[in-house]
Design a protein around this ligand. Structure first.
Ligand SMILES: Cc1cc2nc3c(=O)[nH]c(=O)nc-3n(C[C@H](O)[C@H](O)[C@H](O)COP(=O)(O)O)c2cc1C
Length: 196
């Protein structure tokens, strides 16, 4: 039997005073209660990469920048991803796009799920992420919208005041774990096929 999958929870915002910690920690607390996968938070603040300045795109040559190499190794260690994304100007934060430009093989044949927060629950950013990743992007996203964000930012509420979001998170986690397991198994079979 294969080992349980490892799933990275990727934060999309690095600015001081970011809201990102609230949904990320909420999700992590729910996820770590499961016994069918291991979860780890990946904070882009720990990978301060320059705007992409490699001599070649990463499908042509490995990254030269040391932080980008460390980032690539970390991302490669996961079987699936959950992106916790803000929405900046109807798209994903530039720091996340830049970090994704520093990846290539590391995320291939692996699934991605999404938690978005913002006016429309970051629906537009999540749609973009699906296009950018061009990998198995899952349908069951969690959207933390204007009502919930304003409640937390202005009325002293917390994620616990919106228990229906826990239900959405559980459904999303069920899906990402299933896909992570399934594609992990598929990747291991294709490696065997390659070696044969
Ligand atoms: C540069 C910038 C652009 C933004 N554009 C949008 C947007 O297009 N849609 C939206 O719902 N919120 C937008 N917002 C508001 C963010 O949803 C809100 O600031 C959120 O807290 C950002 O996430 P963060 O605090 O983790 O960085 C924008 C915020 C910033 C800083």
């Amino acid at each position: 039997m294969q080992k349980r999958p490892k799933i990275g929870i990727i934060m999309s915002s690095t600015r001081p005073g970011r809201f990102a910690d609230v949904p990320t920690n909420w999700l992590f607390n729910i996820a770590k209660g499961r016994n069918d996968a291991d979860f780890e938070i990946v904070d882009l603040r720990d990978y301060p990469m320059p705007f992409f300045e490699e001599k070649a795109p990463l499908h042509a040559a490995p990254a030269q920048n040391e932080t980008a190499q460390r980032w690539g190794k970390k991302i490669a260690s996961f079987d699936g991803y959950i992106f916790v994304t803000a929405e900046y100007n109807r798209g994903i934060p530039a720091v996340l796009k830049n970090a994704l430009d520093y990846l290539y093989l590391e995320i291939q044949r692996k699934p991605a799920a999404f938690v978005g927060y913002g006016g429309t629950g970051a629906a537009r950013a999540i749609e973009q992420l699906g296009q950018i990743l061009a990998t198995a992007s899952l349908k069951f996203s969690v959207h933390i919208g204007m009502t919930e964000m304003m409640g937390m930012l202005r009325e002293g509420k917390s994620m616990a005041d919106y228990p229906y979001l826990d239900d959405f998170a559980k459904r999303m986690l069920d899906e990402i774990v299933w896909w992570s397991n399934t594609l992990k198994e598929g990747r291991s079979r294709s490696e065997v096929a390659k070696a044969a």
